[in-house]
Design a protein around this ligand. Structure first.
Ligand SMILES: *Cc1c(COP(=O)(O)O)cnc(C)c1O
Length: 388
């Protein structure tokens, strides 16, 4: 599978990894700190495996996205993509800070309501919305439904009409641009299941005006995830801008464009996507069209705000060319390495580990699947079982 390019350069050292993850630091006495809090203390108090989410990091990163848009002179609403992490505390923070939510299921919608995010600030995306989910969303009065096909448009119209409601909709366009990311998280190519073919969009938008129960306001696009350059964004937004101009020239109103999510982060030694560059791409292509704009970031704000704490169950090395370090966390706690061969940093909690020599180590979970592997040949100091 190995769809992510297998890195040919050396892995970053522990110090280099810390440098690209500024919310993490080390202390000679307490070891690894997250937002200044010793992670050892959390592991001792709560046990492992355990996810730690940093409200400060999440707040700061969302704030940086908002500031980037404002500084570019853009009025852009930010809808946090709930699928990136749907913990109620995360959603409550998102709501309290005045952001909206982008959801892809009825369950996610229920969680936003529990967390106090106004339905008006919720955008319903996704390629497979069930009738029951649409009834729930339209009944609640969600702010926007991003429709992904002609078939879905008819269903939304019928459900809204039956409920005596007007559903605000955009058409999600498949711009057929390559986001140059992992094949499993590319969504904006014509061959992908997502969105309405670009060439059908103008006619379908005109058709939407004639259907009952609908308030068509514009277009949406989302070309993929873990995008690290602005070129694919510019290409996609240029196509959407072209569509807006065409549709307006035919006499129809277009008020809103939803610019999607997808900005990438640094896992290994990538330079993370810059919200300021994203804002620049939006401004360059869509800034002068007098549109209500929005974005749907998930990974960028929340990814660096979470760490998975795990203990070593066993170090297994007798008769083996490389030691296996068996953790109490597994693929069910974090599936990305098993699913995408994704590279995640592994940092020891103990302070003394940072001065020790490193050696190639396999780091695995205890599940009965060989895919339950976090890292192979990772250069790590000697990790040993937590004393019991
Ligand atoms: C997944 C998704 C997002 C968020 O993507 P990130 O890469 O996490 O920013 C936004 N919009 C839609 C429609 C999505 O499916």
């Amino acid at each position: 599978m190995a769809d992510f390019p297998v890195p040919t350069d050396a892995d970053p050292s522990l110090a280099e990894l810390l440098a690209t993850h500024p919310h993490l630091s080390t202390d000679p006495l307490c070891g690894l700190l997250f937002e200044g809090v010793p992670l050892n203390a959390i592991a001792d108090a709560l046990g492992t495996p355990c996810w730690v989410l940093g409200a400060g990091t999440l707040r700061q990163r969302l704030g940086r996205m908002r500031a980037a848009m404002v500084d570019a002179g853009l009025d852009v609403s930010i809808h946090y993509a709930v699928k990136a992490n749907d913990h109620l505390s995360v959603l409550s923070l998102v709501g309290r800070e005045g952001y909206g939510a982008d959801i892809v299921s009825g369950g996610e919608l229920a969680r936003t309501q529990k967390a106090g995010i106004a339905a008006q600030r919720v955008v319903f995306s996704g390629v497979g919305k069930t009738d029951a989910e649409l009834e729930y969303a339209i009944g609640l009065g969600v702010g926007q439904i991003n429709v992904e096909s002609a078939e879905e448009l008819a269903i939304v119209s019928a459900i809204a009409t039956r409920l005596g409601k007007q559903a605000t909709v955009t058409l999600r366009i498949n711009p057929d641009v390559d986001a140059r990311t992992h094949a499993k998280i590319t969504t904006g190519l014509a061959a992908n299941k997502f969105g309405i073919p670009f060439d059908n969009a103008a006619a379908l938008y005109a058709h939407a005006q004639t259907l009952p129960g609908l308030n068509p306001v514009g277009f949406a696009t989302h070309i993929g995830s873990q995008i690290l350059s602005t070129a694919p964004y510019r290409a996609a937004y240029a196509r959407v801008a072209e569509l807006v101009r065409t549709v307006r020239a035919s006499g129809l109103r277009v008020e809103a464009v939803d610019c999607g999510g997808g900005l990438g982060i640094s896992y290994r030694n990538e330079v993370e996507g810059q919200p300021e560059a994203l804002a620049g791409a939006i401004r360059a292509e869509l800034g002068d069209l007098g549109l209500r704009l929005s974005i749907e970031p998930g990974r960028w704000p929340i990814g660096p705000a979470g760490v998975l704490l795990s203990s070593v169950i066993l170090r297994k090395e007798e008769g083996l060319p490389r030691p296996f370090v068996v953790l109490d966390a597994a693929m069910n706690d974090m599936v990305r390495p098993s699913m995408y061969d994704a590279w995640h940093g592994i940092l020891p909690l103990a302070p003394q580990a940072y001065g020790q020599p490193v050696a190639p180590t396999h780091v695995v979970g205890p599940v009965c699947e060989s895919g339950d592997t976090f890292a192979r040949d990772r250069l790590l100091p000697p990790l040993v079982a937590h004393p019991v």
